[in-house]
Design a protein around this ligand. Structure first.
Ligand code: ATP
Ligand code: MG
Length: 177
């Protein structure tokens, strides 16, 4: 049942093509423009100056928090610090849900954090289920667990057809970060 604002649904943006995080940022900007409170919690990201961090500072109702390191996490042997940071990010998400702190909560790269076992799928599911009925949630990242897809109302899979990385073009400012 839709809430009075219409918000309250769950999105998953997954797949190997470019556009998952940026789609969620676009959604956040759209929601912020209507005065909704947007909170994006980024997992497995930190220290790199993503343009969105600076841009969000210009929007009083759009907050972005990072819980991660700039380094790649080793899937088969994650460092304790990566597990700890992801756990802190999830704790922050739990608090946001408990306090009804946002109208749109974006958990960026949570799909990867769950697949890499930095956080447990069931912990994430419990947070999603516990959301206020007026809170919309977005889960981004490759390898979305089946449970996330099952609970979501909107699921979009970005499929790589082309990416300049294949031609040796590295991450570009304003495009990849
Ligand atoms: P974006 O942040 O640009 O929306 P994304 O969230 O879909 O991308 P991720 O899977 O989170 O992409 O990948 C992290 C980084 O790799 C980003 O800088 C992203 O732009 C880049 N990237 C995304 N898809 C590809 C791809 N198919 N090949 C190489 N790099 C990619
Ligand atoms: Mg991403």
């Amino acid at each position: 049942m839709a809430s009075e604002t219409g918000l309250g649904m769950v999105h998953v943006y997954t797949g190997n093509g470019k556009g998952k995080t940026t789609a969620s940022l676009g959604l956040g900007m759209r929601a912020a423009g209507h005065g909704f409170r947007v909170l994006m919690i980024q997992f497995m990201k930190g220290d790199i100056k993503y343009g969105e961090l600076e841009a969000a500072k210009h929007l009083p109702n759009f907050k972005i928090l990072q819980y991660g390191r700039p380094d790649f996490v080793d899937k088969n042997n994650p460092a304790q610090i990566d597990i700890d940071l992801a756990g802190k990010g999830l704790e922050r998400a739990r608090k946001a849900v408990q306090d009804g702190e946002a109208d749109l909560l974006i958990l960026d790269e949570i799909n990867v954090a769950a697949e890499w076992k930095l956080v447990s799928v069931s912990d994430v599911m419990n947070i999603v289920r516990a959301r206020p009925e007026t809170m919309e949630i977005v889960l981004t990242g490759r390898y979305a667990p089946a449970e996330f897809i099952e609970i979501a109302d909107t699921v979009t899979e970005m499929t790589e057809i082309k990416h300049p990385f294949r031609n040796g073009v590295l991450a570009r400012k304003g495009v990849e970060y």
